[in-house]
Each structure stands twice: as structure tokens, then as C-alpha cells.
Design a protein around this ligand. Structure first.
Ligand SMILES: [Zn+2]
Length: 689
């Protein structure tokens, strides 16, 4: 029941936006929480809890007082700087959309008219209520026509452009072994809950019950026969799917998930599903289809899922489509659908209140035309001087990384030279893309909330499909400039920092440089290190998935990574709930690398001069504080438990305490001694980059 989105699964994000997006998109009614305030040099010193020893828990020392009084807004599942800035972005986009929607037109032509009309139509709640469930009727009628596995495959394939669902996902992505080309990929899918663990682990039993209640409710709303029985069948069907799905730790392995084969070979190896019908219905070109290469992500899961579908009662398959179609469309329908969806979201995340309509309107309009809004956002809110300042900073971080690699003690000269070559080929993009997306073919109609959303999905899918058989477009961004996040695209050997993250506390051109290096410097270092984490290191200087490491270097790297992972495995999020060191490995390595590089780059920026002491804090102390305050976040317990299962990032406290206690300078800066809770003997500290 994910809100329908298209993803590039290889891309590595800075924070959990992907994981949270797996929950229904619900975001607030209360006025926005005021932005956290920072003093003139960039830190919130009053937010510290100085009764905690830095060496016992640096996270609590740096953020304790702030977190003690922080109340998560009722329409959010967590709150911290990422949410605060996302809220700022949302308010800014609202003001843009308010301007544009002052005069909605029946048949908008310009992009501004389309944005304004999309938003204004969504905001016309009365009209949406008056239409009720009517927009769903045609799709539900089509589902009733599913009479065999072929028509099921057809409806599932066509769902790339409808609110329907599919037991397998199809994507167009940059080919991991030839990043100059795009390739079609097929992956396991079909679950309504965020992860297989939600179906299989007893600790999620109450969530599974809430999900089944949600399925029943939606089937009731679309007048499906015997909704309770059908819901039980659907959940049982998805539980069987969950059993054959690969775990997320396996999905992280780019080698294991790269299984190219022709469509003909897929048809031959997995005959129980009608792949040709499915792909044609998705709009994949018919010419040469059998000979087209597809990258199959999880061959054993896909085969088992196909076999499972073939022996599942058609009544269940139809009901499954009816539920998912209603669920995917719910946010664009009348209040009973919206409330049903939110009741489930609330059970999953613990978030008590549904987001105000304007916030949902902003989010959905953004999802439909994010690059168009991103362009206006940049024009209004992103000063050109920030781009220049960031380019200088990223240059300094890159130089620090170069220096680290050059002096690396555990790599052979051969691997090290290749690593330096890879670093040299890095592309760093700041603020906004070089080229903007064209939305002229997207049709928006006044008053057609459901149709507008559906056409936006279809538009997006056709855009993805249009990449097939073309040379890769390296100008393309996978995130809007108005997003508070950053990413590393391993197949482009590229790191991207959207405009919206370039604000305090991450980036503040007026702040003390030490704070800036600890915050955005750490973020830049984090993204760069991704190219050398346990996953990113497998791509070479051209972004090709190819082993460029000697066997000995690989073993040495793995040993370090395993030791580091064990520190996270031991971290308890809630009593009995531990971080998964394997799932979070790449992000953890990036956090350690980010912090290390931030310190190096800050020291280099001093040009041999001593760092000033400000408010009793040394330069290094302020770098550590800068990093720690970026991650000052409170998460609702239900959300926290879910994130441990689906989020490749460790929880905020681990992102501060664990990297720090591996860094020698942290001990020196804060006089951390044996006996302090975070103390690690020097030979226990892990140094990777
Ligand atoms: Zn990351």
C-alpha cells in the first residue's frame, strides 16, 4: 500500500525519507513547530544536557535538554532538523501554490497553470466529498473482469499507469554493469505492509491485525462481496509472498541482485506467470520484446511468487487488486477513504493526527510535478552565493578524502590507486540540476483530483519508459531541489545536495566554520564515503559494478566492516530491539567516514592557525557538536520499531555515539577516559577511511 512512486534502488540517501515513504503519506493540523533556533555561530548550546558526561552518551550531552522538552507534532511520526526543514519547504511551496492557484483554469496549459489547478482542485474538499467513491468505479469494474491468470497479468502490468497494483515491480534504471545505458528491471513486490517481517514476526502481530482491519474497511467501502473473508484471504496470500521474499540485507547486495536475462529466458525459467502480457500491458515496446534483456533482482523469490499466484484462488487475486487499487487511490478520494488509510497509518507509526489538507495538497502536487516546483523554489529561496560556498566546501572535503586515501595503511598500492582514480572522477552537484524537466505532456483538469493523480503516475512511468534504449542522461536528478535530503548515485559516481538541505543547522554560511564542517561537512563526507562503503565500493570510477579490489584488500575491508557492524548489532533501540548491523552497514560506514573527513577538512581550513575557542568550546569540540545537533531527533516508539526493520540508516543516537567513539580526536577533545560508558580501548576503535 505504498503511495505509488518510482525509485532508483541503487541510490543512497542521507536520511530515512525512503523508509518513511513506505508508510502512508501522512503529514499536520497543528501549526508548524517553530524552527529550532541557533545562536549566531550555529549551535544550540542551551539544548545540551551538561549533566551528562560527553563520554557516557555524546548524543544526550549535545541534545538532552532540547529533546527532553520536545514534543513531536501530532501529525508527525518523528521530529528533528530534517522534519523542521521539510516543514519550512512545505510552507514555502504552499505560498508558491497559493499564488499559482488564485485563478484555476479549466484546461491549464502552462506549467504554472497546471500546478495551480492541481493544488486548487485538491483543496476543493467539498467537491471531492460530493464525488465520493465514484472515480474508483471504472477500475473496480475492470477488476471484476479478471477471469484468468492472463487477465490478472494484464491488469497488473497496466497498473504502471493506474492505481492498481502488481505482484512484481518493473523499473527503468541505469544498468549497473554498463552505466551508459538504461535497463529494464524486475523485482519482487506485492506486499501491502512495509516489510516481510511485518507478516512473519510475532512482535508485529498487532500491526498485522490493523492491516487486515484496513483491508476489510476498504473492501467494504468499494462494496466488495464478503469483505472480512476476502481481507483474511488477502493477508494470508501476502503472508505467503512474504515468506518467499528476499530479506532487505540480501537486497543490499548489488552482485546478488544483478541477474540479466532475456525476456524469453525469464518466460522459460518461470512459466507460471504471463510475463509477455504483463510487460506489454506495462507499455514496454513490443518490437524485440522476447530478446530484450531484463535485470531480475531476486530470481528465486520471483519464481516462487509466480508459482504462488498460479495456485491462488482468482477470487483472492481479484480482491487483492480491488484493495490495493482503493488503497493507492485513497488519498485522492473522499473522507471515508482518507480516514481508513490514516487509521492504519496511525496504528503503524503511532502518529495521532492526520496532516492538514493543505499539507497533503502540497505533498501530492509536489509528487506530481516536483521538478517544476523545485525550479520555482530555487528561484525564490536559494541564493546563488550558497551554491558557490557549497562548492568550496565540497572541494575541501574531497581534498581531505584524497589525503586519507593517499595515506591509507591497509590497502595495497594497486587498489589505492584505483580508489584515487574513482575519487578524482566524482561529480558533485549542488542546489539544482543543470537541466529542468518538461511537463508539457502532463494533462491536469480542474476538479479531477483522482484523474490528475492517476495521470501524474502514468506521466511519470512513461517518462521512465522513454529512457529505454537511449544513452543515459547524466543531468537527471532523482530528487527535487526542495527536498531536505542528499544522495549518492553510485552508477553516476555522483553526489547531489538539493537546495533545501542547504540551510541551518546543516549549512549556514554565517556560522562558525567548525560548526559548518561538523554539520554539512559531515553530510558531504557521508555522501562521498558512500562510494567506498561495503556496497558503493563495488562500483568503479566509471560507475560500473565490477570488482576492482585485490582479494586481500577486500578481506581486510570486510574484517573492518564486520567489526564495525558488531558495534551496531549491540545497540539497543528499545528493550530487546537491536539495530541490524548488516542492513545499516553502508550508512554506518558513511557516518564514520563523514565525521572523520569533516574533522580533516576543518583542520586543513585553519591553514596552520590555532582554532579559536568560542563559548568555552574548542574548534574540534564544535565540529563534534555540529554533527551531533544535525541528528537531534525524537521518534515515536512504533515508528522506531518499524524503522529498525526497513530503514538502512541507524537511529539518531547511534548515528552520533557510535561513529564518535571510534575517532581518536573525540577522546582528546572531550577528555574521555576508561570507565566512561562509550570508552573503547584504542585497539577496539574501527578506522576504515
Ligand atoms: Zn547515506
Amino acid at each position: 500500500m505504498n503511495q505509488k512512486t518510482f525509485s532508483r534502488k541503487a541510490v543512497l540517501l542521507l536520511s530515512a525519507s525512503l523508509g518513511l515513504a513506505a508508510l502512508p503519506s501522512v503529514v499536520s493540523a497543528k501549526p508548524a513547530v517553530p524552527l529550532i533556533t541557533y545562536d549566531q555561530y550555529g549551535l544550540d548550546l542551551a539544548g545540551r544536557n551538561t549533566s551528562v558526561k560527553p563520554g557516557d552518551s555524546f548524543f544526550d550531552y549535545a541534545n538532552g535538554s532540547f529533546l527532553k522538552t520536545l514534543e513531536i507534532p501530532s501529525d508527525m511520526s518523528s521530529y528533528g532538523p530534517f522534519n523542521a526543514l521539510a516543514e519550512t519547504s512545505r510552507q514555502r511551496i504552499q505560498s508558491i501554490l497559493k499564488d499559482l492557484s488564485a485563478h484555476p483554469v479549466d484546461q491549464p496549459k502552462t506549467i504554472n497553470e497546471k500546478l495551480g489547478t492541481y493544488y486548487a482542485s485538491f483543496m476543493d474538499e467539498k467537491a471531492v466529498e460530493a464525488i465520493g467513491a465514484k472515480p474508483l468505479e471504472a477500475e473496480i469494474a475492470t477488476i471484476h473482469q479478471i477471469k484468468d491468470l492472463k487477465t490478472f497479468a494484464q491488469f497488473s502490468g497496466a497498473s504502471a499507469t493506474t492505481f492498481g497494483s502488481s505482484p512484481f515491480s518493473v523499473d527503468v534504471d541505469v544498468d549497473a554493469k554498463d552505466p551508459t545505458q538504461y535497463a529494464l528491471s524486475i523485482d519482487q513486490a506485492g506486499l501491502g505492509m512495509p516489510d516481510r517481517d511485518n507478516y512473519l514476526k510475532p512482535e508485529f502481530a498487532s500491526k498485522k491485525a490493523a492491516y487486515q482491519a484496513y483491508v476489510t474497511k476498504l473492501l467494504t467501502l468499494v462494496h466488495w462481496a464478503d469483505p472480512a473473508k476476502s481481507a483474511a484471504d488477502i493477508v494470508a496470500f501476502e503472508t505467503e509472498i512474504a515468506k518467499v521474499h528476499w530479506a532487505r540485507t540480501e537486497l543490499r547486495d548489488p552482485d546478488k541482485t544483478y541477474n540479466p536475462m532475456t525476456v524469453a529466458a525469464l518466460v522459460k525459467s518461470t512459466p507460471s506467470f504471463d510475463w509477455m502480457t504483463w510487460l506489454l500491458a506495462a507499455g514496454v515496446p513490443e518490437a524485440g520484446l522476447e530478446q530484450r534483456t531484463v535485470i531480475v533482482g531476486e530470481p528465486s523469490a520471483i519464481k516462487a511468487e509466480a508459482d504462488l499466484i498460479a495456485k491462488t484462488d482468482l477470487n483472492t487475486l481479484r480482491a487483492w487488486q480491488a484493495f490495493h487499487t482503493a488503497s493507492n487511490a485513497a488519498s485522492f478520494l473522499s473522507n471515508p477513504f482518507v480516514q481508513a488509510r490514516f487509521a492504519y497509518a496511525k496504528a503503524m507509526s503511532g502518529q495521532p493526527a492526520l496532516a492538514a489538507r493543505w499539507k497533503r495538497g502540497v505533498d501530492f502536487t509536489s509528487a506530481a510535478m516536483e521538478m517544476a516546483l523545485g525550479k520555482i523554489y530555487v528561484d525564490r529561496y536559494f541564493p546563488a552565493s550558497d551554491r558557490a560556498a557549497m562548492q568550496t566546501l565540497t572541494g575541501n572535503l574531497k581534498a581531505a578524502f584524497h589525503n586519507r586515501l593517499e595515506h591509507n595503511t591497509w590497502m595495497s598500492a594497486q587498489t589505492r590507486d584505483a580508489a584515487l582514480k574513482k575519487l578524482a572522477s566524482f561529480e558533485i552537484q549542488v542546489g539544482y540540476p543543470n537541466e529542468w524537466r518538461d511537463y508539457s505532456d502532463l494533462v491536469v483538469k480542474k476538479g479531477d483530483v483522482y484523474g490528475n493523480a492517476k495521470r501524474a503516475f502514468a506521466f511519470e512511468w512513461h517518462y521512465q519508459l522513454s529512457h529505454l534504449d537511449k544513452v543515459v542522461d547524466r543531468n537527471e536528478w532523482l530528487m527535487s531541489p526542495a527536498t531536505v535530503n542528499a544522495y549518492n548515485n553510485p552508477r553516476f559516481v555522483e553526489v547531489v545536495f538539493p537546495a533545501a538541505i542547504l540551510q541551518p543547522p546543516f549549512f549556514n554560511p554565517k556560522a562558525d566554520p567548525a560548526v559548518n564542517y561538523g554539520a554539512i561537512g559531515g553530510v558531504i563526507g557521508h555522501e562521498m564515503t558512500h562510494s567506498f562503503d561495503d556496497k558503493g565500493r563495488k562500483y568503479d570510477d566509471k560507475g560500473r559494478l565490477r570488482n576492482w579490489w585485490t582479494k586481500e584488500d577486500e578481506e581486510r575491508f570486510q574484517k573492518l566492516a564486520d567489526r564495525f557492524g558488531a558495534q551496531y548489532d549491540a545497540f539497543e533501540v528499545q528493550p530487546g530491539v537491536h539495530v541490524n548491523g548488516k542492513l545499516t552497514m553502508g550508512e554506518n560506514i558513511a557516518d564514520l567516514g563523514g565525521l572523520t573527513l569533516a574533522l580533516d577538512a576543518y583542520h586543513a581550513s585553519l591553514n596552520g592557525k590555532p582554532a579559536p575557542v568560542i563559548d568555552g568550546l574548542t574548534g574540534d569540540q564544535r565540529v563534534f557538536m555540529g554533527w551531533a545537533q544535525v541528528w537531534r531527533e525524537k521518534v515515536r516508539p512504533d515508528t522506531e520499531k518499524q524503522l529498525v526493520v526497513i530503514d538502512p540508516h541507524s537511529p539518531p543516537k547511534a548515528r552520533v555515539n557510535i561513529p564518535m567513539h571510534n575517532v581518536d580526536l573525540w577522546y582528546k577533545a572531550w577528555n574521555v577516559q576508561p570507565g566512561d560508558k562509550l570508552y573503547l580501548a584504542p585497539d577496539q576503535r574501527v578506522k576504515i577511511w
